[in-house]
Design a protein around this ligand. Sequence first.
Ligand SMILES: Nc1nc2c(ncn2[C@@H]2O[C@H](COP(=O)(O)OP(=O)(O)OP(=O)(O)O)[C@@H](O)[C@H]2O)c(=O)[nH]1
Length: 326
Amino acid sequence: MKNNAAIATDVFLLDNPSDLISIDKWQKTVNLLAELFEAPAGFLVQFTDKGFQVTVSSEQESNPYSAGVIIEPEVNLFCRKVVETRQMLYVDNAAVDPRWDTNPEVRDDGFRSYLGVPVFWPCGTAFGTFCVMDYRETAYKHTFIELIAQLKEILESDLALLGSYAQLQQLAITDPLCDVNNRRGFDILAEQRIKLAKRNNSLLCLLYLDIDQFKVVNDQYGHGIGDAVLKQVAQVLTETLRETDVVGRLGGDEFVALIAVEDVSELLTVKHRLATAFESHNGARELPQFSVSIGSALVNDSVTLSELLDIADQDMLQQKQATAAS
Ligand SMILES: Nc1nc2c(ncn2[C@@H]2O[C@H](COP(=O)(O)OP(=O)(O)OP(=O)(O)O)[C@@H](O)[C@H]2O)c(=O)[nH]1
């Protein structure tokens, strides 16, 4: 697990509304676009692997598509061309261009003209298109074509705001040194996962890990090497566990992982796999030797996350004492 997916670019905005986006403002922008172009239909369209969804549609009787309509991704739409090429598309008369014969907007709705520009998420992924369509052939002036590019910047600046906010949210739940969930992030995700597991009757287990004698590593080799050991532990956890397992650093040298298991024997296998991974990393990297004590606790119907953490912590301490005594 890595905390780098900041913004859900693969989810339709209408299914995942945000207070940061004023659909009302976007509606005015799309209405203005259609009005300026004297066009019977203007749209903001979003593309995901589920298809093309009209996010905002100009409010006119002449417009056959309303917000929320989804068209399959493989349909020969003008917007598809814009998303594929990431470039503006101006078709002044689709009736004379056989490439658009199978386009339902031309074939079934009778549209002739299309002008659309790509709209991008701040990360550079195509959000979709901002476009106008007309039932007549058109001859838009160059200044009009510049205008649509200007108007779409209003939409992109809102998407950028969404991106910055998502990034901030991500930062608030990520441990900056180890790039795994911090305590807050872990709590949020673990609570969700536990609720889901109880509903689905699936088995979850909490692992609690603590580096043995970590203070000595810091004292002997310095904090920089200590930090590298902490990063190493996080890396072993994320590489060894499944992507769907929730990994976190609670603070200091304490890490946790909430993992899905089939049964108790799988839990033992996972612990063994982790121990082996720590050992092999010890041999391979130019870092001081270190060991990690691992405690565990199984999720059941009545236990809370904080009780679970206590139980797994106690189990970890017992493991540590047993190792120290041996
Ligand atoms: N390098 C580094 N050290 C840290 C960080 N956070 C906490 N520490 C150190 O982690 C050490 C944790 O020490 P203890 O809690 O005594 O645990 P320990 O030395 O591992 O002893 P046992 O848990 O009993 O095995 C302390 O020396 C902290 O200063 C960090 O971000 N980087």
